[in-house]
Design a binder for this molecule. Structure first.
Ligand SMILES: [Zn+2]
Length: 313
């Protein structure tokens, strides 16, 4: 027979371990049960401009929104900030993949990721002219934002050893890796497209390229004509979204530790839109090879967005 003294001692020993886990799950449940304000996107005459730090972020955060835009013939531009040419998990997974045998080449992976981005857009019903690549260095955007660099002394990618945009199909091939080049490309794209709604990852996204994307876009929007609405979509935040894997029957709730800090809104997706999003994500084969359960965890009943002004105020 187990004595009550033993039970008491055990409870005291395990409480510091179990207690935070229980309270975290209770917090997750509270977030799931709290309704969020609905978004009615796209609005009439909408023009949607998205800055995706890497190829796949557009499908993860906005795949459902993009499917709605395609169905309603809404004008869309997806701008990829980096070539996705420095992701460590991709490197590791592809090293082990027979598809990419032979000498290991990050630039050819980036070109593969460009093809995947085109295929994902097509899966969502969008045309090829929807996409634009800037080709800046994966993993280097935070340092470029913070330190600036210059046309004469650009940032050098530790992954590709390049210091200029190495892709001929980019907006500015051979542009030096510096803050000035990035801002010039973003401003030019915004000026050409004249969006009513711009979206990127938030400053509180824990991937440094993602938080830098926010800062670059916030700066590029200063002085831009038309004053588009500026919203964000979260991609990286610890183990979020939970649970991992494909669960299209579940709702996507904000991370418990962040949900009171920001003005979260939900965009509801139909069964058909969820399926289109799943198909778009499956086109990102290089990423599916390394983190399939993480990618599929974004296929939910809704997508989440926060207004950028809430974040910066
Ligand atoms: Zn990313």
């Amino acid at each position: 027979m187990i004595s009550s003294r033993w039970l008491g001692a055990s409870a005291r020993a395990f409480l510091p371990i179990v207690g935070p886990t229980i309270s975290r799950h209770l917090a997750d449940l509270e977030v799931l049960e709290t309704p969020l304000p609905d978004l009615n996107w796209p609005r009439p005459n909408e023009r949607v401009w998205i800055l995706a730090p890497h190829p796949d972020d557009e499908s993860l955060g906005c795949g459902g929104l993009l499917a709605k835009c395609a169905a309603q013939n809404v004008a869309v531009k997806i701008v990829f900030l980096t070539g996705g040419d420095g992701t460590r998990t991709t490197q590791l997974a592809l090293k082990l993949s027979p598809r990419f045998g032979g000498p290991y080449d990050l630039l050819s992976i980036a070109r593969e990721r460009q093809t995947e981005a085109h295929n994902a857009a097509k899966a969502l019903g969008l045309g090829d002219n929807t996409i634009e690549f800037l080709g800046y260095p994966d993993g280097g955007m935070e340092e470029i934002w913070r330190r600036g660099f210059s046309t004469r002394a650009p940032y050098v990618s530790p992954f590709t050893a390049k210091m200029r945009v190495p892709y001929e199909n980019a907006r500015s091939p051979r542009a030096p890796f510096c803050r000035q080049s990035v801002l010039a490309d973003l401003k030019a794209s915004l000026k050409e497209f004249r969006p009513t709604l711009v979206l990127t990852t938030p400053a509180f996204d824990t991937h440094r390229d993602h938080s830098a994307a926010f800062h670059f876009l916030e700066r590029a929007l200063q002085g831009t004509q038309g004053h588009p609405d500026f919203w964000t979509f979260l991609i990286h935040c610890g183990v979020w979204p939970v649970p991992n894997g494909l669960h299209p029957e579940l709702r996507l709730a904000p991370p418990a530790r962040l949900w009171r800090k920001h003005a979260w809104h939900a965009l509801e997706l139909s069964d058909a839109e969820r399926e289109l999003k799943r198909r778009a994500l499956s086109q990102h084969a290089t990423q599916m090879a390394s983190t399939p359960r993480y990618l599929n965890a974004f296929v939910r009943q809704n997508e989440l967005f926060c207004p950028a002004l809430e974040i910066t105020s």
